[in-house]
Design a protein around this ligand. Structure first.
Ligand SMILES: Cc1ncc(COP(=O)(O)O)c(C=O)c1O
Length: 362
């Protein structure tokens, strides 16, 4: 047997989203791109902004000497400084390049963060429904997931959270705007989470981290506010990427931002940089660090349009997509617009036929 029993089990349990994605590719080949609605991965359907292509060709055609060599494991200092400046202007908290580690996407960042802070057997709290890969990221760090339910708005239930933070809890991993529910956590919710963590830190005499996965931060609409987490708890680690808002998931570029208000940040950052290296990422891709620089600071506004239609249940184009349990997908499109998929006799039904997202610089 080439692969471990644990991996066999994980692959059997966790492969269905990828299977749907592969199935989508096959169906598109057969029936045409516009006839298949792939809601499997959070894979942007738009192209990166024009500025990205311009920058990319500029660097490819006029390479800086040594730009493809090894670099500091945290990434080019000037790129980290640009990210820090952006975060300082957005949060009012003074970030420096030292608090930024460039990563291979948010997935890389979350794995690095978890490996850095957890001991084997520690618990990491996640809120259901959650991005399914979290389970494997937590396992990669030899930790255990503790899954707690959310309320009827898919927001954290603070009472349940408080009951589930134990002496083994090392981190709470949140995701707002959320995949799959679309929920955006409010100021009060984040404040409440911070208060629970502070109380529990005192009770157990142990630092508890809030890891905030913010890959969808810039995909909010109609004035919905998505507060930054830094002010609510000193031990916050933000992981994010340009996969969604700049439509670059294939390029694997993102970053970790550590709260400058955390006293132990230097040690934490050294650990993050070390883990970025020893997990085999080494550093984020050099070419992506350079062209991304100019677009990082460009606020991107995503425009979403959706064609609504009557329930497509039974429609042959989607009837081959099957799943086991009920879930909701609302990638934070517009308030009031929610892709809702429910199990019906094994097939999905939904009443939004096409969703297109386009990016424009503002
Ligand atoms: C909630 C969430 N976190 C993280 C990721 C991974 O993002 P990246 O491609 O930047 O690694 C995804 C991708 O779909 C996601 O939906």
């Amino acid at each position: 047997m080439a692969i471990s029993r644990k991996l066999q089990q994980q692959m059997a349990e966790g492969g269905w989203i990828r299977k749907m994605f592969e199935e989508g590719i096959a169906l598109k080949k057969k029936f045409g791109e516009s006839n298949v609605f792939d809601l499997s991965l959070g894979n942007p359907v738009m192209e990166p902004p024009e500025e990205f292509h311009q920058e990319l060709s500029r660097w490819v055609n006029n390479p800086r000497a040594g730009m493809h060599r090894y670099m500091p494991n945290a990434g080019y200092p000037e790129v980290r400084a640009a990210v820090a400046e952006h975060l300082s202007s957005m949060t009012g908290i003074p970030f420096t390049q030292n608090e930024i580690v460039m990563t291979c996407g948010a997935a890389g960042g979350i794995n690095v963060a978890l490996k850095t802070i957890v001991e084997a057997g520690d618990e990491v709290i996640i809120l259901a429904p959650y991005f399914v890969e979290y389970i494997y990221y937590i396992d990669n760090a030899q930790a255990l997931p503790r899954i707690i339910p959310t309320d009827n708005q898919f927001a954290p239930d603070l009472k349940i959270l408080e009951e589930n933070v134990t002496s083994k809890t090392r981190a709470v991993l949140v995701n707002s705007p959320n995949n799959p529910t679309g929920a955006v956590y409010s100021h009060n919710t984040l404040k409440g989470i911070g208060e629970v963590l502070s109380r529990k830190e005192v009770e157990y005499g142990r630092e508890i981290f809030l890891i905030s996965d913010e890959v969808y931060r810039r995909l909010v609409y109609d004035g919905v506010e998505c507060p930054y987490v830094f002010q609510y708890h000193p031990r916050t680690i933000v992981t994010t990427s340009y996969s969604k808002d700049l439509a670059l998931p294939g390029e694997r570029i993102g970053y970790i931002a550590v709260n400058p208000l955390y006293e132990g940040r230097d040690e934490l950052i050294n650990g993050l940089v070390f883990c970025n290296r020893v997990l085999g990422f080494v550093n984020a891709p050099a070419l992506m660090l350079t062209p991304s620089l100019s677009v990082i600071l460009t606020p991107i506004q995503a425009e979403v349009s959706a064609d609504l239609a009557a329930s497509a249940s039974g429609d042959r184009r989607i009837s081959r997509i099957r799943r086991r349990s009920r879930f909701f997908a609302a990638p934070s499109l517009r308030s009031g617009l929610r892709l809702r998929m429910t199990k019906r006799g094994g097939d999905m039904s939904f009443n939004i036929l096409t969703v297109s997202i386009s990016l424009k610089s503002v």
